[in-house]
Ligand binder design. Structure first.
Ligand code: F6P
Length: 367
């Protein structure tokens, strides 16, 4: 039995075969299959923001593929290894052997590199006049992969379902895994990277309690997650925060301030407040560090600072802000994420072996 920390409930027996194969956007019964030509080579690419566990997935895929007699290749930096081979000493695509992926399962980041400006369907491309245009370069990428006899296999977070569907529609076999610290993907109980981010944020909150209490201060902690409040909610509850501001619920800072003052009246003159980067005050707006640009979504950030200022004004208490930011994405994956990632990788190879395409593997808990 394991307790599912993300749900706060016991979830029952947990077996590797519960890493189910699911369509990214449809029900499990509507699996798409390709005419099954035998697979000889597959490629892995990691795109979007990195998440702890990516290396464990790579390792699992390589081992599962090699065990089937397939050759395995890794594409550098999303699809950049295919589009700009001249930038890489190894030509942008490297052979992945069992030895090459030995001892990487516990490492953060991705050994292949990544980019969050690599959406093949909206690729930011510099033109001769210096301007940058949003171009659909998917045909170029997919025909190169087909010419090299590489079946792409990707791990995209937020964009993956769209990529996956459109790539499969173009006739290439593709299987995805649910990767993101934000945990904002549908059809899976969890994404890998999330548990690591929550564990680290919780550890930080534990540390911040003592200094907040010693100084009788407000400590406002901003966490990533884009427009999903999972990291804020789970770390906030686990780390005993006194208020948690989520994107899903417009925040009323007057209520938060009166809660802080009520705590003070009860003899607790300090508070720890967790703020999701995508949270917004009632009648207010989300704070941005940078607007969206071609091929890259807007950068969220600054809500912690906004909330700290507003609460300081309303309560008269000294406030400090800690932005956990990319620390949540770095470092070694937790044991949970390592195991989830290994299972996702093995399941992705099973999916390819079964002739599936346009699918994402998912963690499905059966009660
Ligand atoms: O999607 C993962 C994520 O870490 C978000 O939580 C965050 O908003 C974003 O990526 C940051 O991206 P970048 O690495 O471009 O700053």
């Amino acid at each position: 039995m394991i307790a599912d920390a993300t749900m706060g409930a016991t979830i029952g027996n947990y077996r590797p075969d519960q890493v189910a194969i699911m369509l990214a956007s449809k029900s499990i019964d509507e699996r798409a299959t390709m005419p099954s030509t035998p697979i000889r080579r597959i490629a892995i690419c990691t795109g979007g923001g990195d998440a702890p566990g990516l290396n464990a997935v790579i390792r699992a895929v390589v081992i599962a593929a090699v065990n089937r007699g397939w050759e395995c290749y890794g594409i550098r930096d999303g699809f950049n290894g295919i589009l700009f081979p001249e930038r890489y000493v190894d030509g942008g695509v490297l052979r992945l052997t069992r030895e090459r992926v030995h001892g990487i399962g516990h490492l953060g980041g991705t050994m292949l590199g990544t980019t969050n400006k690599g959406n093949p369907f909206h690729f930011p491309t510099r033109m001769p006049d210096g301007s940058v245009r949003d171009l659909d370069r998917s045909d170029e990428i997919l025909s190169t992969l087909a010419r090299k006899k590489l079946t792409p296999w990707c791990q995209w977070g937020r964009w993956f379902p769209d990529h996956c569907r459109r790539t499969a529609q173009k006739g290439l076999r593709v299987v995805g895994v649910p990767k993101t610290i934000d945990n904002d993907l549908d059809k899976t109980m969890t994404t890998f990277g999330f548990d690591t981010a929550v564990s680290f944020a919780t550890d930080c909150l534990d540390r911040l309690h003592s200094t907040a209490e010693s100084h009788h201060r407000l400590m406002v902690v901003e966490v990533m997650g884009r427009y999903a409040g999972w990291i804020a909610l789970h770390s906030g509850i686990a780390g005993n925060a006194h208020a948690i501001l989520l994107p899903e619920i417009p925040s009323d800072l007057d209520i938060v301030a009166s809660h802080i003052l009520a705590r003070e009246a009860q003899g607790h003159p300090y508070s720890v407040v967790v703020v999701a980067e995508g949270a917004a005050p009632r009648n207010g707006h989300t704070e941005l560090l940078a607007p969206a640009e071609i091929g890259h979504a807007e950068r969220l950030g600054g809500m912690g600072e906004h909330v700290a200022k507003a609460l300081q004004e309303r309560t008269g208490k000294d406030a400090r802000v800690v932005v956990l930011g990319h620390l949540l994405r770095g470092g070694s994956p937790t044991a949970f994420d390592r195991l989830a990632a290994l299972r996702f990788g093995a399941a992705a190879v099973r999916a390819l072996d079964e002739g599936l395409t346009g699918v994402m593997v998912a963690l499905a808990f059966q009660m």
